[in-house]
Design a protein around this ligand. Structure first.
Ligand code: GDP
Length: 435
């Protein structure tokens, strides 16, 4: 490998989970670097479905070390539930295969309450957050008052910081008509979490450096996607962290020169959850067809996703912003039935062609996407594992994506299962033999 970064090239839910699971077969270490338990990966192994929220999907592989990096915000109760759920299904989870950065920030109960109250106050201007306290936890991090995993291990320090934060949070909650929290209840609950999590908490950057030095295979797993990145996404309809490639360095404590390959994952079409502009969004009945065929409902929240044509303007932007070495295209099979397939190649706005992906939501909302229409293949691609076996029209579709974005397509997913995959990069083939 040795260090491969897998990133969402759209608005998240690109099917990264399946690819990370495939690539993790060869990895010695798999790490998450941003976001929280709002991310949801669905992985299907031997017809068994696993939904993971915080723990990297490498956990499903015997002998792979999983790391939750400093850039992730952790709700310890949810993490423990996820650990419990995996153990109940026979997956071994211990300090031998799951480490959490001592620098990772904690999501506290008042973060969730604050997020819900703030979102309710926004009314029609709501961002569409998942209400899990992730945004407010990152706010505390930037304001330098956040509680971290390291604090869990120092009860006295934890109590003092909690007290101070709670006073501020309760003031805000009451001002918004909500109820405050008692510090003792939270303290006792978090000390129970501390006991359960202590063996897993460590300096994960050190562990990563040692694996890098030994030239072991490392897989870095992004959550959400580039267009949800707090800096490069469709602000303000974004997540509170850096979901793009740069986030992997800050969120794990490694340098850009240590990342060897950056793989961007994109669906063969586009989806988006929550609010915000979406130029290629399809109305019914086509939007409905993609949603039903693609099972486009949030893995964590169950929310229906908005569906649309593949947006090559946005994808080319993702290639640039992340310095993508290559693309992986997923869910090709979802387009199997369509007679015609459209690809968005430009965004004219008020008569002028935009030369790049616009920074402001207004422009994205008002531009009129321009499309290239390709012939559909109208036959099944489900389970195809060789590029040559794809219908000619599907090959043209993939080549058009390459031409327009300037990035090579190295992996093509043709179904939910791990082996339903076309692997065009030699280096990634080993995993295919293992399935
Ligand atoms: P992630 O967060 O990016 O991993 O996205 P999700 O967990 O929402 O994954 C998308 C869903 O699509 C999951 O149910 C996957 O099993 C499924 N999936 C991934 N790749 C393919 C594919 O090529 N074809 C089909 N039909 N389903 C896929």
């Amino acid at each position: 490998m040795p260090v491969v970064l897998v990133i969402g090239a759209q608005w998240g839910d690109e099917g990264k989970g399946k690819l990370v699971d495939y690539l993790a077969q060869e990895a010695h270490l798999v790490a998450r670097y941003q976001g929280g338990h709002n991310a949801g990966h669905t992985v299907v192994i031997n017809d068994e479905m696993f939904v993971l929220h915080l723990i990297p999907s490498g956990i499903l592989h015997e002998g792979t070390l999983c790391v939750i990096g400093n850039g992730v915000v952790v709700e310890p109760g949810c993490l423990l539930k996820e650990i419990q759920g995996l153990r109940q299904r026979g997956v071994r989870v211990s300090e031998e295969n799951l480490l959490i950065s001592a620098r990772a920030h904690l999501i506290m109960p008042y973060h969730m309450a604050l997020e819900a109250a703030q979102e309710a106050q926004r009314g029609s201007g709501r961002i569409g957050t998942t209400g899990r306290g992730i945004g407010p936890a990152y706010v505390d991090k930037a304001a330098r008052v956040g509680l971290r995993m390291a604090d869990l291990l120092r009860p006295q320090q934890f109590r003092q910081k909690l007290q101070a934060n709670l006073e501020a949070a309760n003031r805000q909650l009451k001002a918004m008509g909500g109820k405050g929290f008692s510090s003792q209840g939270i303290y006792e609950q978090y000390m129970r979490y501390a006991e359960a999590l202590a063996p897993h908490i460590t300096d994960t950057a050190e562990v990563l450096h040692s694996y890098i030095q030994q030239r072991k295979n490392i897989l870095l797993e992004g959550a959400q996607g580039t267009l949800l990145d707090v800096d490069h996404g469709t602000y303000p309809y974004v997540t509170s962290s850096n979901a793009s490639a740069g986030g992997a360095c800050t969120g794990l404590g490694i340098g850009p020169t240590q990342v060897g390959h950056v793989l961007g994952v994109a669906k063969a079409y586009t989806t988006r959850v929550g609010e915000g502009p979406f130029p290629t969004e399809l109305q019914e009945p086509l939007g409905h067809l993609l949603r039903e065929r693609g099972g486009e409902y949030g893995a964590t929240t169950g929310r229906p996703r908005r569906c649309g044509w593949l947006d090559l303007v946005a994808l080319r932007y993702a290639v640039r912003v992340n310095g993508l070495s290559a693309l992986a295209i997923t869910k090709l099979d979802i387009l199997d039935e369509l007679k015609e397939i459209r690809l968005c190649t430009a965004y004219p706005l008020e008569g002028a062609r935009l030369s790049s992906f616009p920074a402001d939501a207004w422009a994205l909302r008002h531009c009129r996407p321009q499309y290239e229409t390709l012939k559909g293949w109208q036959q099944s691609t489900r389970g195809i594992t060789r590029f040559e076996d794809l219908p000619q029209e599907a090959q043209v579709y993939l080549r058009t994506i390459e031409e327009y974005t300037g990035a090579r397509v190295e992996l093509i997913s043709t179904g939910q299962r791990r082996q339903e995959l076309i692997v065009l990069r030699e280096q990634f083939r080993n995993g295919q033999e293992a399935v």
